[in-house]
Design a protein around this ligand. Structure first.
Ligand SMILES: [Zn+2]
Length: 431
């Protein structure tokens, strides 16, 4: 296995939530010599005319950048992706009890494909916010990285039509079984406290005030297929692209201005302080460019690649794909086009991406959806609208998008890393 695939599998398995993804990316960037900047501090002393830096927001979004030349003269090479994936989040009053079982009450986050969540060994992870004995309010990540919950299917004998017309009621059918319960209800705060102290021994927790916890599949990411040509994992959409962006900004030359923006909340519309609709990216660009005119000049010299996985043609459902545009796994990243601007690609940015791929001998594909079907979207059009930066939407093809276990190509993720690295390293735009 290539070391790049190896790193991706480890990253996927160790990043059950956007918080954990950002924590893992943060330590990867630190090892590669990036310095953390805090939004709350003055950056005047940081000599931002050169160097490698990163900033996080809400522990779930991250912007990394390399600066080497005046941005108003040469612009930025931007790559964007999202850290979040559809999942099941624990409700505030977490535990319900009936018929001798304690269950976790769950809310669906984003457009999850719910069927595959049944009959899985489920772990639990997220961020909890505590008040310490000294009165501080602090955030901590926790991860019960073993199966502590299960959503059992209903036996076919009790639902004879399950294979023809199974429907899932999100309120009634999703609560996950935690344990048998004949006496006292287990306390969810008690569970969180015990796990937190296991991970942070000696922490002086006064009270757990709040949490953002979600379930995840404990099965680790893996290479599958006869020739191990596929990657099977949760959250390939879109941690695969996050990983590609991180590898690229670490591998690329230091001669251009580069930004990697990884936003949370794409799966629920991107409107948040840390989402692509929010001010995070523009505020960083403002701080890197002195004054409004320089900001606009920098943006006019810039280009963004929005990297988010695409639908590869499913061999059992090929008629649902546009007949002349059927991306195949391991045939390279897909350029996404939609004349109604659900994707931000235009002929200029499409040409630029093809030019980069051809320069580095990399394959690429092009997709549009069937004219009689709806089209997804990404952070691409949102960021293009917010900044006015020329943008292309691309992504590696995958199957089973938004399932608890998705399928992508082992070759594709390496091609994506090479294409993004090539893009970051472009010193002079050919347009
Ligand atoms: Zn996505």
């Amino acid at each position: 296995m290539s070391s790049s695939n190896d790193r991706l599998l480890r990253f996927l398995s160790r990043s059950p939530t956007p918080f954990h993804a950002v924590a893992n990316i943060r330590s990867r960037l630190e090892t590669a010599g990036f310095t953390e900047l805090l939004e709350s501090q003055s950056w005047a002393s940081s000599r931002l005319n050169s160097g490698k830096y990163y900033v996080t927001r809400n522990d779930s979004s991250l912007i990394a950048f390399k600066i080497s030349t005046p941005p108003e003269e040469t612009g930025f090479r931007l790559v964007g992706a999202h850290t979040d994936s559809p999942c099941l989040k624990v409700k505030p009053n977490a535990i319900t009890v009936n018929n001798g079982y304690a269950k976790l009450a769950l809310e669906v986050y984003g457009g999850a494909l719910l069927g595959p969540w049944f009959d899985r060994d489920l772990g639990l992870a997220g961020r909890i916010t505590v008040r310490t004995q000294s009165g501080n309010i602090e955030n901590y990540l926790v991860n019960f990285d073993h199966p502590i919950a299960f959503i059992p299917n209903l036996a076919i004998h009790l639902d004879r039509k399950a294979n023809e017309e199974k429907s899932i009621n999100k309120q009634k059918h999703l609560p996950a079984v935690l344990c048998r319960c004949d006496g006292d209800n287990p306390s969810f705060d008690g569970l969180l406290r015990a796990q937190l102290l296991k991970e942070q021994p000696g922490l002086d927790v006064d009270e757990i005030l709040s949490f953002e916890m979600s379930l995840y599949d404990c099965q680790a990411a893996a290479l599958v297929g006869l020739h191990e040509e596929f990657i099977a994992s949760a959250r390939l959409d879109n941690l695969l692209s996050c990983h590609g962006g991180v590898e690229a900004i670490i591998n690329s030359s230091d001669n251009t201005n580069q930004i990697l923006v990884l936003n949370d909340h794409e799966e629920v519309g991107s409107s948040s302080t840390s989402g692509a609709e929010g001010p995070f990216l523009l505020s960083i660009i403002h701080r890197l460019c002195a004054g409004e005119e320089n900001t606009q000049r920098a943006i006019s010299h810039s280009m963004m690649i929005s990297a988010d996985n695409a639908h590869g043609v499913h061999p059992n459902y090929a008629d649902l794909h546009e007949p002349e545009h059927q991306p195949l796994i391991n045939n390279g990243p897909v350029i996404k086009l939609n004349s109604n601007q659900r994707y931000a690609t235009n002929s200029e940015t499409e040409a630029m991406f093809k030019h980069i791929c051809q320069t580095h001998n990399l394959p690429y594909q092009v997709v549009v959806v069937r004219s009689d079907m709806g089209c997804g979207s990404t952070i691409g059009p949102i960021t293009a609208t917010r900044l006015g930066v020329r943008t292309i939407d691309i992504g590696v093809p995958q199957l089973g998008m938004h399932s608890i276990r998705e399928l992508a190509g082992a070759e594709d993720q390496q091609i994506l890393v090479r294409a993004l690295t090539g893009f970051y390293s472009v010193e002079k735009w050919p347009f």
